[in-house]
Write a protein that binds this ligand. Structure first.
Ligand code: TTP
Ligand code: MN
Ligand code: MN
Ligand code: MN
Length: 357
């Protein structure tokens, strides 16, 4: 059998943490379709296909060529029969019927709308859907639905696509605030914008100080300062301090900042979309300085890159990696920089912009 296509010339590694994946995705038409399937299974909380489709999408994003025929696709790791059928369908018809069906599905559309609110997950969204609710106005009008403060602000049309221009504006504001309250503290950008993404749903920062134990008092200070700063430039609409999350125990806050262009709006309540301002979701995390490298590696993402990095550590190295530490058996492997962690794992270093898996 004669096979064509670049797949045989270069081997594609099975783990995302071994592939250099930039934002220049040459197979967007396939990965967009796969991501609808990922999202559908996420919203309906079906784990198996979600994992399989995310891995397949991640492999296609890393390819330095565009798939133009089925030749060679069988050699790609993590690309199974269902994904190959999808690729074939898109090559042949320009679209996938399964994906189109999902996109037209009322339940999918409603769950997607509801989970776009910060603080609303698939469970809450599904509960509202089963109550017959289909829109934000119906939710707000339902006397039996209780929204917490974060969800209330999230429903007020605050979620907007952010480009790196507003990411830099947020960086300036957060940096200035931190310099005011803690001149020795350091703020570094992490998350999607550190990976060089053009759009994101929030801006992520790590805040550290060299003074041991000080990291836990940093965020309350920063939050306090931001709360005072209701000025023409910035407004804190909401904040929630969260210690425990599924991913790490560091002191953190998830907040919404208002970058002001013209007018100041009052209160922590719904603000009508006016001219010249943007509401931006911001995440701050404050690890102890000796865990900085682990936090930076964990918070830079992408999520698929992180999943595969941890899986690689576990399956290929019998080590345990998370946002706090790397353990080989019971031995803690210290790291000052991300490069140290890649080296401990026996992996080639990946620059942040190569982690867009
Ligand atoms: P996100 O901000 O959710 O994702 P992103 O920046 O890659 O993309 P976007 O914001 O545009 O949607 O998370 C960034 C990384 O932070 C992600 O890899 C997961 C990690 N993270 C933790 O490790 N612990 C946490 O508590 C949270 C909230 C995120
Ligand atoms: Mn996100
Ligand atoms: Mn982010
Ligand atoms: Mn985030």
């Amino acid at each position: 059998l004669m096979r064509t296509g670049p797949a045989q010339q270069s081997t594609v590694c099975p783990y995302a943490c071994q592939r250099r994946t930039t934002t220049a995705n040459k197979n967007k038409r396939f990965t967009d379709a796969l991501e609808v399937l990922v999202e559908y299974h996420e919203l309906t909380e079906i784990e198996g296909p979600r994992v399989a489709y995310s891995r397949a999408a991640s492999v296609l994003k890393s390819l330095p060529w565009t798939i133009e025929s089925m030749g060679g696709t069988e050699a790609l790791p993590c690309v199974g029969e269902k994904t190959r059928t999808l690729i074939q369908e898109i090559l042949q018809y320009g679209r996938s019927f399964e994906v189109e069906k999902i996109l037209a599905d009322e339940r999918y559309q409603t769950l997607k709308l509801f989970t776009s609110v910060f603080g609303v997950g698939p469970k809450t969204a599904d509960k509202w859907y089963r109550r017959g609710l289909r829109s934000f106005s119906q939710i707000l009008a339902d006397p039996d639905v209780q929204l917490n403060r974060m969800q209330q602000n999230g429903t007020s049309r605050l979620q907007r696509v952010r480009n790196s221009t507003s990411a830099r504006a947020v960086e300036a504001v957060v940096g200035e605030t931190v310099r005011t309250v803690a001149p020795n503290a350091r703020v570094v950008l992490t998350g999607g914008f550190r990976r060089g993404k053009e759009f994101g749903h929030d801006v992520d920062f790590i805040v550290t100080t060299a003074e041991p134990g000080r990291e836990n008092s940093l965020l309350p200070l920063i939050m306090g300062r931001l709360e005072e700063q209701v000025s023409e430039r910035i407004m804190l609409l909401n904040s929630e301090r969260l210690r425990l999350s599924a991913m790490d125990y560091y002191s953190k806050c998830f907040l919404i900042l208002k970058l002001e262009g013209s007018r100041v709006q009052g209160g922590g309540q719904a603000v009508p979309a006016g001219r010249g301002w943007r509401a931006v979701r911001v995440d701050l995390v404050a690890p102890p300085i000796e865990r900085f490298a682990f936090t930076q590696l964990g918070w830079t993402g992408s999520k698929q890159f992180e999943r595969d990095l941890r899986r690689f550590a576990r399956v290929e190295r019998n080590m345990l990696l998370d946002n706090h530490a790397l353990f080989d058996k019971n031995q803690f492997l210290a790291a000052v920089t991300e490069k140290d962690i890649f080296a401990h794992l026996g992996l080639e270093y990946m620059e942040p912009w190569q982690r867009n898996a």
